[in-house]
Design a protein around this ligand. Structure first.
Ligand code: ZN
Length: 139
């Protein structure tokens, strides 16, 4: 059993940017020397999230629109009253989705569905450099 930790960095274009990180995750597994195991994908930051989705133009719009219905940007947030950074909605959306995801791999391949990609979702109001930690546990 081995534990291998890698970090990848992606640049987001700001609020609602959805970035497909499946290829980088797959490459990390292929380069690890591990055959079977799990990979934890964790974004370090409180205004972004990691999840899976079918990465296609319709859902790239539908998903942020769903978040806007659940946590609208135009209501009052105590976070904004305190810090005046205007991203209270970004924080609550990110916490709702969560910063991490665990995906099993077998024979050096991610066990994802055919139409299932791993994505970083940017929820902050400005472009950000996002550090994503990939921790592989396996043999
Ligand atoms: Zn904030």
């Amino acid at each position: 059993m081995s534990v291998i930790t890698k970090t990848i960095t992606v640049r987001s274009n700001g609020e609602n940017d959805m970035i497909d990180i499946t290829r980088q995750t797959d490459e990390a597994i292929k380069a690890s020397g591990l055959q079977d195991g799990i990979v934890a994908i964790f974004v370090s930051g409180s205004t972004a999230a990691v999840t899976t989705i079918e990465y296609e133009p319709g859902l790239k719009k539908d998903f942020p629109e769903m978040l806007a219905r659940i946590a609208p940007s135009e209501i009052i947030y105590e976070h904004d009253n305190t810090w005046h950074d205007g991203n209270g909605h970004s924080h609550v959306r990110a916490s709702l989705l969560g910063p991490s995801l665990t995906v099993p791999f077998k024979n050096k391949g991610l066990m994802l569905g055919t139409w299932q990609q791993i994505v970083l979702l940017e929820m902050d109001t400005r472009p950000r450099d996002r550090k994503i930690i990939l921790q592989l546990i396996g043999e």
